[in-house]
Design a protein around this ligand. Sequence first.
Ligand code: F6R
Length: 235
Amino acid sequence: MKVIKVKNYDELSKVAASIIAAQVINNPQSVLGLATGSTPIGAYKNLVCAYNDGLLDFSNVKSINLDEYCGLSGENDQSYRYFMNDNLFNHVNIDKNNTFVPDGTAEDSEAECERYEALCESLGYADLQLLGIGHNGHIGFNEPASAFAAKTHCVKLQESTINANSRLFEKKEDVPTSAFTMGIGTILKAKKILLIGGADKKEIIEKAIYGDVTPEVPASALQLHKDVTVIYVAE
Ligand code: F6R
């Protein structure tokens, strides 16, 4: 595991974007595993700048996102599909038909999980998977549990996650209570993993990368992967 400590969010965003950019330059047909949330916004902005400067070409890139709220369509501005369009896809030359997010409106959740896992498998999983982390150690929406989930599944969100995410909704009651997420197994199938966290994630990141490997801290499973880079703000 490669650990890079940075001074602030700006540096975090630049270093993360440069790793993603290098991936796209080295393999223009990369499958990028992407995350939503506040943390990657700065990295996406830097990627958009690099694209505008003519340094990046996303025309042959494909993407698979980690997760999506159940019940929200891509037109809903709180959905993760909307977030990805708004923060990255609308600003670069990626073909939206090559960008994949679980379908939050799927009625048969089991079938949707199977479809999404099969899709990830058919693409050979992510060449580079970007991850944020929750204060409870979640990655994707894999919440602390008694076992690591192998595949894409539907989860009931923990109260702490609903509270954390409610900042982005008008009222807490609007936050969906369940979500589709890649499993820990799906994430670990990525060829490379890039975990990023701001200053408020220092403690949980250090617990995840130096502590016991346990499903109580889902991100600790990253210790089992052979090519992980962690960048976090640590002063
Ligand atoms: C989002 C995701 C989540 C977030 C995590 C941290 O696609 O997978 O695991 O990465 O909740 O969110 P922020 O960055 O908002 O602190």
